[in-house]
Design a protein around this ligand. Structure first.
Ligand code: TYD
Length: 216
């Protein structure tokens, strides 16, 4: 039965996109809005967000390491499983807004479309790692791969993923767009080259429209 009383969970929002899309900037701007509206939130990221995830992150991003596609995916999944259990589900249980910088769509795009791992395999293990938890809203900041890699390069030495060739980055960008097309209800796709303040406004409007349910 649908009830008009308080929902049992909070609101789960992920930010996705290729390299250099400006997720961090938009997440910081979103948090300012949530703070000014006194909306309780938890912000986290993948890979990372837990002591285990932080160590796994160091391994995954290490430019000195060669990691095959399957173990790469399993490491992302290990970080994700720990994050979902220890951070995301508890915060949703407290009816908070959870803002996650990347989530399972990154695996489908990077390890699936990028590395070529089988989508069925990725989805099966992801279901096990997350208990089937998907975001209520995914903001996809879309960007041309050449521009994105140039932007990322300005931040310093490339990490292991940024070092991968251009065609890998082009495949995963198209992968994100395909995922968004297949689940248009969940995704908000935005052109990451637009003015930062305009992007902030569009994202905040999309989230605001989903917030009232939490405020009842
Ligand atoms: P990070 O420094 O957080 O990059 P960004 O600022 O682009 O989010 O590094 C995370 C890297 O890991 C990034 O290149 C995307 C990649 N990644 C995957 O390949 N698969 C995944 O499942 C996740 C979560 C991230």
């Amino acid at each position: 039965m649908v009830s008009s009383s308080q929902p049992e969970t909070g609101l789960f929002i992920s930010f996705e996109g290729p390299e250099g899309a400006g997720k961090s900037t938009q997440i910081a701007r979103l948090l300012r809005h949530l703070e000014s509206e006194s909306v309780p939130y938890t912000v986290t990221r993948e890979p990372g967000g837990t002591p285990l995830g932080t160590r796994v992150r160091d391994v995954l991003l290490d430019p000195e390491l060669t990691i095959d596609p399957l173990p790469e995916f399993l490491l992302y999944s290990a970080s994700r499983a720990q994050l979902v259990t220890n951070v995301i589900r508890p915060a949703l249980g407290r009816r908070e807004v959870v803002v996650c910088d990347r989530y399972a769509d990154s695996s489908l795009a990077y390890q699936g479309f990028g590395r070529g791992l089988n989508a069925g395999l990725l989805r099966g293990i992801t279901a096990a790692a997350t208990g089937g938890l998907w975001p209520d809203l995914t903001v996809l900041l879309d960007l041309d791969s050449v521009i994105g890699l140039e932007r990322a390069a300005r931040r310093g030495q490339p990490d292991r993923l940024e070092q991968a060739d251009l065609t890998f980055h082009q495949r995963l960008r198209q992968g994100f767009l395909k995922l968004a097309e297949a689940e248009a209800e969940r995704f908000l796709v935005l052109d990451a080259t637009l003015d930062e303040t305009d992007l902030e406004k569009t994202i905040w409007e999309a989230i605001q429209s989903r917030l009232p349910v939490l405020k009842i």
